[in-house]
Design a protein around this ligand. Structure first.
Ligand code: IVH
Length: 701
């Protein structure tokens, strides 16, 4: 769920008590801006810098006579940097809004100024990198210039040839200046960190600072790749005799971006967050929501959404302020990266025996939640990043993703940092560790965490074995009656009666619950296996696709990729996991556990098990539709858990989702359906009651 755009994110300000505090704050901000816009090694994260500048602004508003000439307020790049290549047209900044109300106020203000409605808004991601001006003469890339102080920048043409998205030659011999953002994708960042690590044992703090450092570096013995996305084009004097300059002055922004892409320069058009044109402010808002929701899944950083009046005439009439154009605004999204301190590293053993390091952090607030723990992936990753205890680290969290430590902030080291100790034996059971793969694993594999695996398998959303508490599972393990959850199906009444606190009634109850579990649907049995990367809804999709366990086991990685949500990375993992789980599955089959999905025609070698595609079966009512159930289910759905409602949605051909977006096809609104209902309403999503929904899917219950 991501309701980021609805949350006001204007950062609080640093309160400055007196003139001395003000002067110190100005100095700190100027220094931070110089490194931020320079080599990227700022000691402050974005939020901390914003708070500082707001504090400076507030102090200056109250003490106009004390404003220092060096103050960063009202200046491009905080006035920190300059250069010696003058810009043809100043490279300005953007003003910010933080919530829908701010956006509406800004749009209304612009329309008042224009004296008419804006009928075309361009909505684009705000790419989190560095602004750059790119000069092409007669179609050839000749110069790269940083933004600098907005009036003049630094020549960084040495980077030509290392920037993906900036071809050396355009498809037409035009003379033009393209403006856009230079950044590093996640893969480029990982590669750059590895290269720097190999070179001097340090790393970059985050993709933005890695891009800043790389763009300016001239004498590094290693080369790192960068990425460019264009967001504007203007005539470059002295131009040629063509009418290009006129076209660039009169075409709508969106058409100019089409032209930039046609010349062969990368724009966001090919990404999931392509620029679009919206006719109204609510449409703009809807696209903002979509982009915000896509943020966590993008392979590059964005820190907001840029909304621009699309038509050249609107832009010309609106004009520019001293720092920013009046026809564009940045809708800022909450910062998803902060700097904090790495206090300790814990090693936890997961259900499958994987030994994963977890960082304990000095608590830090990111996007509305306080982060105390973050994942560190694996031991190799710690080494690759050169992390040390006591390091300041960048921590990233967006949307639903698990917070992760990105990198140490090497220039903040004091010398007191300590190496991170790696375990020598399994921290759970003391057995040896298999370090053959990047992900370390207890040599006992799943058996190491049998209790957790069996508890999971018996859980409500899997086999739903009522009355089987974790303490009971522990007893069964201790007695040697079970080693995995398949053994539950062969435990005898006599065995149960030997356990402490187990009377005849409890034993019979438990045996009946186990018996009931024997006929659970394939999707639940599959989910109970705990295959890495497959939770409840993925298990349902797999079961519906293949119909039987036999078909799932026969599937290749390629076959598995036909399942929504299984990509090239996950597919081979599933195949590998299933091979490992094969003895357990065989045991389940031998115990007579159901291995088919009700209502699904088993897959043939050539095709799908999906009812929808299997031939004579009619198209299910929710085919291909994303459906969200929210609020307390009532009436005919009252007895169902949320998981069971989701199962029902998927049996009826839909895709159960927990968040509402423009792609949502249907919302099932129970009692007290709150913000999701309101959002669905705003987006014009069809909303049904529990009764209506039950009738719609009656054939699938
Ligand atoms: S348009 C006249 N569009 O954000 C300024 N800027 O905070 C027009 N940025 O300096 C800029 N993505 O470096 C524009 N789609 C986008 C952008 C974008 C990122 C950067 C740009 C600008 C900064 C302002």
């Amino acid at each position: 769920m991501n309701d980021a755009p609805a949350t006001p994110v204007a950062p609080a300000l640093t309160v400055l008590a007196d003139e001395a505090a003000y002067a110190a704050a100005v100095q700190l901000a100027v220094d931070a801006a110089a490194t931020y816009y320079g080599d990227g090694t700022s000691p402050l994260d974005d939020d901390a810098y914003d708070r500082l500048v707001r504090g400076i602004e507030a102090y200056e508003a109250g003490h106009p006579d004390q404003v220092l000439p060096g103050s960063p307020t009202g200046k491009v790049a905080g006035g920190a940097v300059t250069g010696d290549v003058p810009h043809t047209v100043p490279m300005l900044s953007l003003d910010n809004v933080f919530d829908p109300a701010g956006l509406e106020r800004w749009a209304a203000g612009l329309e008042r100024r224009l004296g008419r409605e804006v009928t075309a808004w361009s909505v684009e991601p705000k790419l989190d990198g560095l602004a750059i001006s790119v000069r092409y003469r007669r179609g050839r890339l000749v110069q790269l210039v940083t933004r600098g102080d907005g009036a003049a920048g630094e020549d960084v043409s040495h980077a030509i040839g290392t920037v993906v998205g900036l071809p050396g030659t355009l498809t037409e011999p035009v003379t033009v200046e393209i403006r856009g953002e230079v950044m590093m994708t996640a893969a480029q960042f990982a590669d750059a960190c590895a290269k720097r690590q190999a070179h001097d044992g340090t790393t970059f703090a985050n993709p933005r600072s890695a891009a800043a450092g790389t763009l300016r570096a001239q004498d590094r013995p290693y080369a790192c790749e960068l990425t460019f996305f264009g967001y504007g084009a203007l005539p470059l004097p002295p131009g040629d005799a063509s009418d290009l300059a006129d076209r660039l002055r009169t075409l709508p922004h969106s058409r100019i971006m089409d032209q930039v892409a046609a010349w062969g320069v990368q724009t966001t058009a090919a990404t999931p967050v392509a620029g679009v044109v919206a006719a109204t402010v609510p449409e703009v808002q809807a696209r903002i929501t979509e982009i915000a929701e896509a943020r966590a899944t993008l392979p590059f950083g964005i820190d907001g959404i840029v909304v621009k009046a699309d038509l050249a005439d609107d832009q010309a009439r609106a004009g520019f302020g001293s720092r920013a154009p009046r026809w564009a605004i940045a809708y800022k999204l909450p910062a998803v990266e902060k700097i904090t301190k790495l206090i300790a590293v814990e090693w936890n053993v997961g259900r499958t025996g994987i030994i994963a390091p977890r960082a304990e952090l000095k608590p830090v607030e990111i996007d509305g939640s306080v982060i105390t723990y973050a994942t560190l992936h694996n031991a190799a990753d710690i080494t690759r990043r050169g992390l040390m205890l006591g390091d300041h680290v960048t921590v990233y969290k967006a949307g639903d993703i698990i917070p992760r430590v990105e990198a140490p902030v090497v220039h903040l080291r004091t010398g007191d940092e300590q190496p991170i100790a790696f375990p020598e034996v399994c921290p759970n059971c003391g057995a040896a560790i298999d370090t053959g793969q990047e992900r370390w694993r207890c040599v006992r594999g799943r058996a190491c965490r049998a209790l957790a695996s069996i508890t999971y398998a018996a859980g409500r959303d899997q086999l739903d074995i009522e009355t089987l508490a974790t303490s009971r599972i522990q007893q069964l393990l201790d007695a040697g009656f079970i080693t995995d959850f398949a053994d539950l199906f062969t435990v005898t009444r006599e065995q149960l009666l030997t356990l402490e606190r187990m009377g005849a009634t409890s034993a019979d109850k438990l045996l009946a619950a186990v018996e009931a579990a024997r006929s659970r649907s394939l999707s639940r049995v599959f989910c109970a296996l705990g295959v890495r990367g497959t939770g409840r809804s993925m298990s349902r999709r797999i079961a519906r696709r293949f119909g039987t366990m036999e078909a799932i086991l026969a599937a290749t990685a390629e076959d598995l990729r036909a399942v929504d949500g299984i990509g090239p990375e996950k597919a081979p993992v599933v195949v590998e996991e299933l091979a490992e789980l094969r003895p357990l599955i065989d045991k389940l089959v031998a115990a007579g556990v159901n291995m088919t999905e009700p209502g699904v025609v088993p897959a043939t070698a050539s095709g799908t098990a999906d009812g929808a595609a299997a031939g004579p079966v009619a198209e299910p009512p929710l085919a291909g539709m994303s459906v969200v159930a929210t609020g307390t289910m009532t009436g005919p759905l009252a007895e169902l858990s949320r998981n069971q409602v989701n199962e029902l949605i998927e049996r009826a051909g839909g895709k159960a989702s927990s968040s509402v977006s423009a792609r949502t096809g249907l919302l099932v609104a129970g009692e007290k359906a709150g913000s999701k209902r309101a959002k669905a309403d705003d987006l014009g999503v069809r909303i049904v009651t529990c009764e209506e929904f039950a009738a719609l899917v009656a054939d699938f219950r």
